[in-house]
Design a protein around this ligand. Structure first.
Ligand code: HEC
Length: 133
């Protein structure tokens, strides 16, 4: 993880590759919309993360596109966040809140929009990659 040192460089365009197949069939039922999940994630982020991760830096590093892409997929980002963030207090948010924050961050990358809310069943297929790298 990382890339802290080159944050001043031009930010490359990011491609959020959406390979979310028509996953499902299994009566999951709770497939809400990705947009609603991301909106909820934004308020969780403001409450639990933004204090340290400001746009210009802070106690925590700036969460640039490059940093987010380094986690590979929405599933990778979720695992990292849940086991390490908020810094010093991992696993203190509800699981749904972590998913919502991941959705907000994925949405902020500006790629396409997954057809349904992220969860453990589809997040590995939502890839976060930097174009041309
Ligand atoms: C108390 C301050 C603090 C809070 C609150 C906090 N973070 Fe962090 N965050 C940090 C610090 C410090 C690091 C660097 C940790 C390291 O390098 O080991 C970090 C690292 C990260 C990284 C990895 C960055 C990279 O370069 O790979 C991500 C992603 C992240 N935080 C997201 C979040 C999210 C999402 C939340 C809210 C759930 C959050 N953080 C809450 C301080 C904080």
């Amino acid at each position: 993880m990382g890339g802290h040192s080159d944050l001043r460089r031009r930010r490359p365009a990011i491609v959020v590759a959406l390979l979310v197949l028509g996953v499902g069939g299994c009566g999951g039922g709770r497939a809400g919309s990705f947009a609603a999940q991301a909106t909820s994630g934004e308020s969780h982020y403001r409450e639990s993360c933004a204090g340290c991760h400001q746009a210009t830096g802070g106690i925590g590093p700036v969460l640039s596109r490059r940093v987010l892409a380094s986690y590979g997929s929405a599933a990778g980002l979720f695992t990292y966040l849940r086991t390490t963030m908020p810094y010093g207090a991992p696993r203190t948010l509800e699981e749904d809140a972590y998913w919502a924050i991941v959705a907000f961050l994925v949405d902020s990358l500006g790629g396409g929009v997954p057809p349904r809310a992220l969860d453990a069943g589809n997040a590995a297929q939502v890839l976060l990659t930097l174009d041309g790298s």
